[in-house]
Write a protein that binds this ligand. Sequence first.
Ligand code: A2P
Length: 272
Amino acid sequence: MVTLPLGDGRLMPQLGLGLWRTTDAEAAGLVRTAIDAGYRLVDTAAAYGNERGVGEGVRSAEAGSAVFVTTKLWNDDQGYDRTLRAFDESLRRLGLPVVDLYLIHWPAPARGLYVASWRALVRLKAEGRARSIGVSNFAPQHLRRIIGETGESPVVNQVELHPWYQQRALRAVNAHLGVRTQSWSPLGQGRLLSDPIICRIATRHGRTPAQVIIRWHLEHGLIVIPKSANPDRIRENIGVLDFRLAPDDLVAIAGLDRADGRIGPDPVTLSL
Ligand code: A2P
């Protein structure tokens, strides 16, 4: 599995399994399938309600100890003390002594607690219980604020990102701040798979539309976590390490970016 160096010196697999909208009951089997297929990164969250299944899948696999596990702090648990407690609960559900990466799931700016939550993550990292720490859905002003107030940079900012919503400006800010960009809903929640330009490129390479899109993320240096609850598609999605998109493919996909391409909520106004 190809890895990327993070700002804290650790390595992170660049392609992993996303587990949003996967039930706790199915998660263990899917994680196991993914690890057997060569995945070394799984991405869950307290809010997904499947940390127990994800942990079970990781622990049951022979290669489980080599798997990079990410989970996330839910908005209701923001604040310094609550974050520390929520982290303990996540570890307990996962059945793991540490996680590789702990993220603040949303800045939830209306709550005014993301800086206090970030301070708790800094402590968890110092204690070695979260090997790396990062954020999700942070806009540039949120990133600058936590870095300015604590001196500690997140290693990752995980945001909605796919060919219809390419986030060029945010990617540039992340890069400038030494923060890796990670793509959630990398396939546009499956909607991009019937895009005619993606399909045309896929046909030319003898690949599937999903493989073309995942390849696009990898070639842009993005960390990508396609979700699938189907074993065959989980295997299909990792079958991308033996081809490259051509320069004119990249130009064609660059042209798919749309002003109205965002599918999920706007993190700046989301008041969950
Ligand atoms: P399924 O779970 O039934 O495989 P995203 O990661 O952008 O959120 O996209 C996830 C969606 O894309 C899910 O609906 C998933 O369905 C679908 N999907 C994931 N991989 C593939 C694939 N290789 N081919 C077709 N659909 C896929």
